[in-house]
Design a protein around this ligand. Structure first.
Ligand code: 6PG
Length: 486
């Protein structure tokens, strides 16, 4: 009997497409299983070319897999994942491999890996990016799990991943939850990138009065240069789309309340725990939250705003349209660099906290193709980490220093103009504030330390002497060396 080298459990769109992708690659035979048989039947009937081995029961599914059995779960993250893991553990044997390809929370993956490992079965949390089309044609894959499982899984995943410059967009990210952690950060950066693009669109629309179709052309043009990326490309497509029912641009009939499935929130929650400022990502998450408060927005709609000549107020003159658009492009590029820099900081901090050996250059490499944040400048990130693996902040790499040199004046003008005009640019502005905070010689946090010491005797350190100090604020205001009681 022919046995499959890979199985897929969960045959909704992502699972089906991934199964078809596996089947389309030389050397793979694919077993498929779904909770309801009807869905399996549809897939098998619609795609006879795939030669799927279909099973009605989980026992048959296990029997259809060659050892070590390797199955990838593509179900909704959360309890459905736990249920399928339990089913598979019951029919798999030590040495077999269970892969969760959903957007699981990395701490769940750590927990699951630990529990499954006790049975001798390998559990791998693998982040998969690229949406439905990526799953079918070549996603970017971020697997965690054991070295042992990577030996079997590596070639299978390499066979379906996107390929850039001859290299498949997959690497063994690190142990247990490392893959899902990196996928989570990927999504956080995705949120920031999308928000930044949306802000750029809003600035151009409100600043120049151009209609969406013309702004689409601007994005298409930008996509030929250093901003080239999947998200810029699809932005042009969305802006070009005309609503068939009303004949107006689709973007004008889509309700402006953005939803989310959780990965952006997780990124920010995790970054808060790790003490890493991911302000661009956080602003993107908050921007979606603000957009989804219709009652508050309606109540606030009549609040005072700037006067009509706001665009002229920033520097006393009206900027030419072309110069303004170019300024927005530069501000977008600068802010985008900050979003990635912050994302990589979170990866570094996560790796340290959870003991993962994550190669930052490899992460940038596997994000060059297949995934939602694929972009031309990811090559530059790979180069930056190759040149200096110990780089403390991506934005300080020579290439990005040059970018900042080139963009920062325009960036400041755009943020100032936006503030004058009353156009919200939370991600542009917070990225600039972060940049200025990072490069500041002195920060006013010395005052914060003074305040903390005043009301709570929280103590402070001095720039000129070793030790910890406290000022006797309610006494004679002399300074004492702090003791344990302070
Ligand atoms: C990807 C996407 C994918 C999904 C997000 C969207 O990498 O392919 O990130 O995982 O589209 O879950 O997230 P929101 O619904 O939260 O925007």
């Amino acid at each position: 009997m022919v046995q499959a080298n890979i199985g897929v459990v969960g045959l909704a769109v992502m699972g089906s497409n991934l199964a078809r992708n596996f089947a389309s690659r030389e050397g793979n035979t694919v077993a498929v299983y779904n909770r309801t048989w009807a869905k399996t039947q549809t897939l098998v009937t619609d795609h006879p070319e795939a030669g799927f081995i279909a099973s009605k029961t989980i026992e048959e599914f296990a029997a259809s897999l060659a050892k070590p059995r390797t199955a990838i779960i593509m179900v909704k993250a959360g309890t459905p994942t736990d249920a399928v893991i339990d089913e598979l553990v019951a029919v798999f044997e030590p040495g077999d491999i269970i892969v969760d390809g959903g957007n699981a929370l990395f701490t769940d993956t750590i927990r699951r890996e630990k529990a499954v490992r006790e049975t001798g079965i390998n559990f791998v949390g693998a982040g998969i990016s690229g949406g439905e089309e990526g799953a079918l044609k070549g996603p970017s894959i971020m697997p965690g799990g054991s070295d042992e499982s990577w030996v079997t899984l590596g070639p299978i995943l390499k066979s379906i991943a996107a390929v850039v410059d001859g290299e498949p967009c997959v690497t063994h990210v690190g142990h247990d939850g490392a893959g899902h952690f990196v996928k989570m950060i990927h999504n956080g950066i995705e949120y920031a990138d999308m928000q930044l693009i949306a802000e750029a669109y809003d600035l151009i629309r409100r600043g120049t009065g151009k209609p969406p179709a013309e702004i689409a052309d601007i994005f298409t043009e930008w996509n030929k240069g250093e901003l080239e990326s999947y998200l810029i490309e699809i932005t042009a497509e969305v802006l070009k789309q005309v609503d068939a029912k009303t004949g107006t641009p689709l973007v004008d009939v889509i309700l402006d309340e953005a939803g989310s499935k959780g990965t952006g929130v997780w990124t920010v929650q995790t970054a808060l725990d790790l003490g890493v400022p991911v302000s661009g990502i956080a602003e993107a998450v908050f921007a979606r939250a603000l957009s989804s408060k219709p009652e508050q927005r309606a109540a606030a709609a009549s609040l005072p705003g700037p006067d009509e000549n706001a665009w002229k107020l920033a520097d006393g003159s009206e900027t030419s349209t072309d110069a303004f658009i170019e300024g927005v492009r530069l501000a977008l590029y600068a802010s985008k660099v900050i979003a990635y820099s912050q994302g990589f900081d979170a990866i570094v901090a996560g790796a340290e906290q959870y003991g993962w050996d994550i190669k930052k250059g490899d992460i940038a490499r596997i994000w060059r193709g297949g995934c939602i944040i694929r972009a031309r400048f990811l090559n530059r990130i790979t180069d930056a980490y190759a040149e200096n693996p110990g780089l403390v902040a991506l934005v300080t790499a020579p290439f990005f220093v040059d970018v900042m040199e080139r963009t920062q004046t325009a960036w400041r003008t755009v943020v100032a103009d936006a503030a004058h005009a009353g156009i919200p640019t939370p991600a542009f502005s917070s990225s600039l504030a972060y940049y200025d905070g990072l490069r500041a010689d002195r920060l006013p946090t010395s005052l914060v330390q003074g305040q903390r010491d005043f009301f709570g005797a929280h103590t402070y350190k001095r720039v000129d002497r070793e030790g910890t100090f406290h000022t006797l604020w309610s006494g004679d205001r002399s300074e004492i060396e702090a003791t344990d009681s302070h």
